[in-house]
Structure formats: structure tokens, C-alpha cells
Design a binder for this molecule. Structure first.
Ligand SMILES: Cc1cc2nc3c(=O)[nH]c(=O)nc-3n(C[C@H](O)[C@H](O)[C@H](O)COP(=O)(O)OP(=O)(O)OC[C@H]3O[C@@H](n4cnc5c(N)ncnc54)[C@H](O)[C@@H]3O)c2cc1C
Ligand SMILES: *[C@@H]1O[C@H](CO)[C@@H](O)[C@H](O)[C@H]1NC(C)=O
Ligand SMILES: *[C@@H]1O[C@H](CO)[C@@H](O)[C@H](O)[C@H]1NC(C)=O
Ligand SMILES: *[C@@H]1O[C@H](CO)[C@@H](O)[C@H](O)[C@H]1NC(C)=O
Ligand SMILES: *[C@@H]1O[C@H](CO)[C@@H](O)[C@H](O)[C@H]1NC(C)=O
Ligand SMILES: *[C@@H]1O[C@H](CO)[C@@H](O)[C@H](O)[C@H]1NC(C)=O
Ligand SMILES: *[C@@H]1O[C@H](CO)[C@@H](O)[C@H](O)[C@H]1NC(C)=O
Ligand SMILES: *[C@@H]1O[C@H](CO)[C@@H](O)[C@H](O)[C@H]1NC(C)=O
Ligand SMILES: *[C@@H]1O[C@H](CO)[C@@H](O)[C@H](O)[C@H]1NC(C)=O
Ligand SMILES: *[C@@H]1O[C@H](CO)[C@@H](O)[C@H](O)[C@H]1NC(C)=O
Length: 602
């Protein structure tokens, strides 16, 4: 009678041991660094190690501090503050770990205790490359979960991780423009022309401002606080001048990287070219800590700006007809180097009785000064829209002197921060030129979007950021960028949110409906295996993320990952190699079952 019981006990022990050996060192484990070991690390990084608590902890329970809480509340949706704060990322959902009942929401009542959630326990606020190396080596020696935080903007939760050591790059802000950049190891010291080298913490406005002083511009994104060197460029990096300049990663010339074993390597076309290939599109937080990036600069250009709005009474079928016509002309606008954004709000309540459906587009045409040329491009669209009697069209064409002026007056005008701090989950898809030039393609695309549920003021966004040079670079630049980008005209997305007091079930329902219902609707337009999604602005639970984010480039990326980081020190959610780990990146899982995370957060 004793035997079965013993066997049960023994097998339980075996399982426990197996699990432990598959996991990284965690705070309750004997292997966790002692106070003294942390103090030694602190010394080696010149006192830049901090113990971290979630930013909102000063508003709760025994940590409550009236003065500090007031400051945190004031800055809560300020992305500048969030990017510099080790205890915060940009989206509240990635600060919490609801599956483990750990959260520290600003909205919760003062008498609740703050859980650490996905906020790192320690942070090295690195000032130098040597400090990054020491943090990497320390994480290696102690088998710690490590996470790289730059600005914390990642929509898929890649810049925070439970029970982790954070390497924060924000303080590394040097930047330099050179007239003729020579990549290390270039044969005959051949230069690549004007380029800008920047450290890991550089954010977009300072990059734009610095190159503008040299009468140059760069291909970069549209945000006050997204970083230029981190997840943005490593994920591919789209730009409002994409058709004219390509993807940000297409313009990368060299990276300096601290690899998983703590060495510094230079990756470019001539040395460590496999790493260089992977860092252009393979995704942030995966191949090492990039400490410097050098990107090509481009000559300034004048811009013609075009704003076109389409409005009907809410729910009028002509609204969707007009949207289909709009999408049908996007490839031709793209061919003229037009890029930009458009926002569709199917239900805008104006007052208690009236609601409208509205689309507003803002497209930019670099290299043009003559408005009439651009008006000609829009003529076919305007002619077709005039057939719809119930559609109101508004348009406004304006010349601007430079890309710099366009960026600072239009795209980054008004405030100096992005609005963040909310709960946010995205769903997105890349749509091809082939689709939009086909006879019924635009209609099928619009029917898919029409079947997604949008409540009052919900918006879906189109990013006309590919085509043109993004397309033609496909033949010239061999990088890890999703091959779908080279066929893309528009990258479209919508987001969903929830309240701080929502239950885990309510959150799971939203996520599950996105993965099980809404993603399939968008995928069905061009077929499951065709096209894909942009890894930086995609669903955080994207099923089959390897295919969606990298297509046929995934196998090579996976093998480069094994070469440079065989033990998986750098694991980012839904990043290359992340399928070998649990969702938190804490324990290795046996087998590659990517489906286990699909549609559920428990
Ligand atoms: C308001 C807003 C505007 C945006 N606009 C654009 C846009 O115009 N174009 C576009 O393509 N995308 C845009 N994005 C998406 C953006 O590219 C992603 O959010 C991206 O992850 C931000 O990278 P980050 O380094 O700033 O953020 P983080 O969240 O800090 O980092 C993102 C990922 O990169 C890793 N990482 C960070 N730094 C390094 C480093 N030095 N070395 C290695 N890994 C690193 C992190 O570990 C994480 O995995 C926008 C996002 C927002 C919120
Ligand atoms: C690291 O050292 C600095 C400077 O001495 C100190 O302010 C800080 O609190 C230390 N960090 C930790 C985690 O002890
Ligand atoms: C916490 O405060 C809320 C009001 O802010 C109150 O309703 C609740 O009873 C309090 N809970 C405890 C455990 O004190
Ligand atoms: C760039 O544009 C901004 C806003 O218009 C302006 O303040 C700045 O001087 C411009 N920079 C250069 C170098 O022209
Ligand atoms: C800046 O570049 C533009 C466009 O190439 C050119 O017309 C202009 O003369 C340049 N200005 C300066 C100050 O170099
Ligand atoms: C670190 O890893 C790289 C690539 O695998 C290797 O070339 C290098 O020798 C290693 N350095 C050390 C110090 O182990
Ligand atoms: C588009 O931009 C490219 C530079 O990337 C330029 O060579 C080309 O002539 C431009 N095309 C048009 C139609 O303006
Ligand atoms: C288009 O709509 C936007 C948003 O409502 C508005 O700010 C803009 O002025 C409109 N454009 C025109 C040309 O009327
Ligand atoms: C799921 O999504 C579809 C499409 O957006 C929507 O119509 C439906 O109401 C959603 N279902 C639930 C349960 O939220
Ligand atoms: C969350 O709070 C709002 C009020 O702010 C309330 O209407 C709602 O019922 C609450 N939801 C839950 C699940 O408690």
C-alpha cells in the first residue's frame, strides 16, 4: 500500500527538480544574488544600480507619499517621464502581471498594496558601454531574467518582465553627424557618405533636430519619445516619408552591440554580417544590447502636404464605398512618393441626435513644390467620390519648405509628449499593392474592416508608409525585415483597451476575441500565409507570430539567435526564440508549442 504513494511522491519531486532546472534564478531561490553581490554590481556600474518599485507605488498603502503621488498623478500620461523612469513602461497593462494578481494601477484605491508586476526588481541605468557589459555579465553569472528598457513604448510587452534585472539605455544620448562614414572593415576605407551615429537612448526629436542643423534628414518615425536605436529600428522602423526614403532599417550602416557573453562587437556589411542582417528587422531585445547605431542621412526636401476628409451620416453605406475608392488610389499616390497616415472613425457622435462616419487623411509628398502636380494625382479619386451624393469631401493642399518643418510643425507639433499610460492592445495587418490594384481588392479590404465592431469614437488607423523605396529596396537590401513589407502599401491597425478594475476574465475575453475572431477577419482578406503583420505594432498574442512577423526569414533568424545567444539571455515577448520560454521568459518549456499562449493570458 505504501508503494504507489512513494512513487507519487518521487515523481512529484522529479517534476519539481525538472522545473527548477528549466527556470532562471528567481528572487525566492537560494541562487538569487545576496545584498553584498548586488552592492558589488552597484560598485562596478559606478552607483547606477537602483532597486525598483512600480511608479504608482508612492500612491499606495505603506509606500504612500502625498507629494510624490501628486507628481506621479500629474505625469501619468506623459511619455517623456515614462521613458526616463525605471519603474514604468508606456502602457499600464505591461506594468502589471494580472495572471499572478500583481498590479500597481494608479486608479486603485490608496489602501491596496502594490504588486511588483512586470516591473523589474533592479535597474542598471547605464551611462556607458562598459556598464552595459557589466550588467550583462552579472545577469549571465547569476542566470537572471534580463530585460532591456529604452523608452518602454513596446506594444507587445517586450520592455518589461517579471522578476528581472533591467538594463536601461535612456541615459546614453550622444549623437554625432559625419560627412563620410566609413564602416569598420570596409574595403579600401570606402565611405558611405553622410551619416549619424547615436547612442542607445536617442529619441526621435533630438535625432531630427541634430541632422536638420546639417541641412539633412533621416528616415525615422513619428513620435516624441520613441527611441531611434532600440526596438524601432531593430523591428524594421516605418516612417511618414517611407515611400521616398525606405524603412529606417534599410538606412542602417552599422551597429555596436554588447552580446550575450558581454563582449562588444561591431556589426555591418563587412563584419559580423549575420548579426547585422538580424538587427535590421529581427526585433529588439533579442540579439544583444545595441549600444550605438549609425544610419545614413538624406538630403532635405520640400514637401507638399495633402489633407483629405471623407464624411457621411453615421452608418451610410456610401461611407464604405468612398473608403474603398480611397484605398484603390493609394498605390498611385505611393508611386509619387506619397506617404502618411489616415484615421477612420465609423461612429463620431456630434451631439445627442447626430453621429457621423469620418475619415481624415494626411499624406506628404517630399520633393514637390507645385501643388497642382499633387492635385492632378488626386483628380481620379475626386472624380469618383463626386459620384457619391451623400459623401462630403474636404481637402486642403499646402506646400511646406522642408521635411524638418513638416515634422516639427505638423507631426510633432503642439506638445512635446505622446499620450500614454493607458491599457492598450493592438491588432494589425499589412495589406499589399497587389490587393489594392486588383478589381475587387479594395472592396474586400473595406468589407473586412466594416465587419469589425467599433464603438463610438473608436478609430482604425492606416499607415501609408511603404511602397516606393520600401518596395524597391527589397531587391537591394538583404535584411531580416518581414518580406511582406516589400509588397505592402498600407499597414492598418486598431486598438482595444480596458479599465484598471476589469477582471482577468474581462481582459481575457477582449484578447480572445481579437485572436480568435478579429485577427482571422483581417487575415482572410489576403489569406493566412500571405502578407503578415508589423512586429512592433501587432497583437501581443498574435497566433503563429513567427510567420506573421518574419515569413520565410524566421528559420535563419532562429539560427542566428542560437549562434549569438545560445542560452537565451535576451528573450523578448513574441521575439525570435521566445517560443522556447514561457510567456514571462522565466522558465524554458520543453517542445515548441507556440499555440499554448494563443488567445489567453493565463
Ligand atoms: C506614440 C508611438 C508612435 C510610434 N510611431 C512609430 C513609427 O512612426 N514608426 C514605427 O515603425 N513604429 C512606431 N511606433 C512603434 C515603435 O516602433 C515600438 O513601440 C518600438 O518597440 C519602440 O522601441 P523603443 O526602443 O523606443 O521602446 P522599448 O519598449 O524600450 O523597446 C522595444 C524593444 O526593443 C528592445 N530594445 C530597446 N533598446 C534596445 C537596445 N539598445 N538594444 C537591443 N534591444 C533594445 C526592448 O528590450 C524591447 O524588446 C510607435 C509607437 C508609439 C507608442
Ligand atoms: C547604488 O549606489 C548608489 C550610490 O552609492 C546608491 O545611491 C544606490 O542606492 C545604490 N543602489 C542600491 C540598489 O543599493
Ligand atoms: C479601502 O478604501 C475604500 C475606499 O477608498 C473602501 O471602500 C474600502 O473598504 C477600504 N478597504 C479596506 C480593506 O480598508
Ligand atoms: C526645424 O523646424 C523647426 C520648427 O519649424 C525650427 O524651429 C527649426 O529651426 C528647424 N531647424 C532647422 C535647422 O531649420
Ligand atoms: C539645404 O538643402 C536644400 C535642398 O537640398 C538646398 O536648396 C539649400 O540651399 C540648402 N541650404 C543650406 C543652408 O545648405
Ligand atoms: C563571445 O561570443 C562570441 C560569438 O559567439 C565569440 O566570438 C567570442 O569569442 C565570445 N567572447 C568571450 C569573451 O567568450
Ligand atoms: C521618389 O523618391 C526617389 C528618392 O527616393 C526619387 O529618386 C524619385 O524620383 C521620386 N519619384 C517621384 C515620382 O517623385
Ligand atoms: C479634416 O478633418 C480634420 C479633423 O476633424 C480637421 O481638423 C480638418 O480641418 C479637416 N480638413 C479640412 C480640409 O476641412
Ligand atoms: C468579437 O469581435 C467581433 C468583430 O469585431 C464583434 O462583432 C463581436 O461582437 C465580438 N465578440 C465579443 C464577444 O466581444
Ligand atoms: C469599474 O469602475 C467603474 C466606475 O469607474 C464601474 O462603472 C464598473 O462597474 C467597475 N467595474 C468592475 C468590474 O468592477
Amino acid at each position: 500500500m505504501l508503494k504507489p504513494y512513494l512513487i507519487f511522491l518521487l515523481s512529484a519531486v522529479t517534476i519539481a527538480v525538472q522545473q527548477a532546472s528549466n527556470c532562471r534564478c528567481r528572487p525566492h531561490d537560494p541562487c538569487w544574488p545576496s545584498q553584498q553581490e548586488w552592492a558589488i554590481l552597484n560598485n562596478t556600474v559606478q552607483g547606477n544600480l537602483v532597486a525598483v518599485r512600480p511608479a504608482a507605488s508612492v500612491c499606495h498603502e505603506y509606500e504612500y507619499n502625498a507629494q510624490e503621488c501628486k507628481t506621479v498623478k500629474r505625469l501619468w500620461s506623459n511619455s517623456v517621464w515614462r521613458s526616463a523612469e525605471p519603474g514604468a513602461v508606456q502602457w499600464q497593462n505591461w506594468e502589471a502581471w494580472p495572471e499572478h494578481h500583481q498590479s500597481c494601477y494608479i486608479e486603485s484605491s490608496q489602501n491596496t498594496t502594490c504588486g511588483q508586476g512586470r516591473i523589474s526588481l533592479y535597474s542598471v541605468k547605464a551611462q556607458t558601454v562598459a556598464q552595459v557589459q557589466r550588467a550583462v555579465r552579472f545577469a549571465n553569472e547569476h542566470d537572471l531574467r534580463v530585460v532591456i528598457k529604452n523608452t518602454g513604448h513596446d506594444f507587445l510587452g517586450r520592455s518589461s518582465a517579471p522578476e528581472s534585472l533591467q538594463i536601461m539605455t535612456h541615459s546614453m544620448q550622444n549623437i554625432q553627424v559625419v560627412d563620410d562614414f566609413v564602416p569598420e572593415g570596409a574595403p579600401g576605407n570606402r565611405g558611405e557618405g553622410s551619416a549619424v551615429t547615436m547612442e542607445a537612448g536617442m529619441q526621435l526629436p533630438k535625432l531630427y533636430r541634430t541632422v536638420a542643423l546639417h541641412n539633412r534628414t533621416v528616415v525615422a518615425g513619428s513620435s516624441h519619445t520613441v527611441g531611434a536605436v532600440g526596438g524601432y529600428i531593430q523591428g524594421g522602423g516605418h516612417s511618414p516619408f517611407g515611400a521616398w526614403g525606405g524603412l529606417a532599417s534599410d538606412n542602417a550602416l552599422e551597429f555596436e552591440v554588447v552580446t550575450a557573453n558581454g563582449s562588444i562587437v561591431i556589426a555591418n556589411s563587412y563584419q559580423n554580417s549575420d548579426l547585422f542582417w538580424a538587427l535590421r528587422g529581427g526585433g529588439g531585445g533579442t540579439f544583444g544590447v545595441v549600444t550605438k547605431a549609425t544610419v545614413r542621412t538624406l538630403p532635405e526636401a520640400p514637401v507638399v502636404l495633402c489633407n483629405l476628409n471623407i464624411t457621411t451620416v453615421q452608418g451610410d453605406s456610401q461611407f464604405w464605398d468612398a473608403l474603398a475608392e480611397f484605398h484603390a488610389v493609394l498605390p498611385s499616390l505611393n508611386d509619387a512618393n506619397g506617404s502618411g497616415y489616415y484615421y477612420t472613425v465609423p461612429n463620431v457622435p456630434l451631439d445627442a441626435k447626430t453621429s457621423v462616419s469620418a475619415m481624415t487623411s494626411l499624406l506628404m509628398f517630399p520633393g514637390y513644390t507645385d501643388i497642382t502636380e499633387i492635385e492632378k494625382l488626386y483628380q481620379p479619386l475626386l472624380a469618383r467620390l463626386s459620384q457619391f451624393q451623400r459623401v462630403k469631401v474636404q481637402k486642403d493642399f499646402n506646400p511646406l519648405p522642408s521635411i524638418n518643418a513638416t515634422i516639427f510643425t505638423l507631426l510633432l507639433g503642439g506638445t512635446n509628449t505622446d499620450t500614454t499610460g493607458d491599457f492598450s492592445i493592438l491588432t494589425s495587418r499589412l495589406f499589399s499593392k497587389d490587393l489594392l490594384v486588383s478589381r475587387d481588392g479594395p472592396r474586400r479590404l473595406i468589407n473586412a474592416w466594416k465587419s469589425i465592431k467599433f464603438d463610438a469614437n473608436d478609430v482604425f488607423v492606416g499607415h501609408l508608409v511603404a511602397g516606393g523605396k520600401v518596395e524597391t529596396n527589397g531587391d537591394k537590401i538583404d535584411s531580416a525585415v518581414n518580406p511582406a513589407w516589400r509588397k505592402t502599401v498600407t499597414h492598418m491597425l486598431f486598438s482595444r483597451s480596458w479599465a484598471a478594475n476589469s477582471t482577468l476574465e474581462q481582459q481575457t475575453d477582449i484578447i480572445k476575441n481579437m485572436t480568435d475572431v478579429e485577427i482571422p477577419i483581417l487575415r482572410s482578406v489576403e489569406g493566412e500565409e500571405n502578407m503578415g503583420a508589423y512586429l512592433n505594432e501587432a497583437n501581443a498574442y498574435e497566433p503563429g507570430f513567427q510567420q506573421s512577423f518574419w515569413g520565410n526569414k524566421y528559420p535563419r533568424l532562429y539560427s542566428i539567435k542560437q549562434r549569438w545567444d545560445p542560452d537565451g539571455l535576451f528573450i523578448a515577448r513574441k521575439g525570435v526564440g521566445s517560443e522556447d520560454w514561457d510567456d514571462a521568459g522565466l522558465c524554458k518549456i520543453v517542445g515548441h508549442d507556440d499555440n499554448q499562449c494563443t488567445g489567453s493570458i493565463d
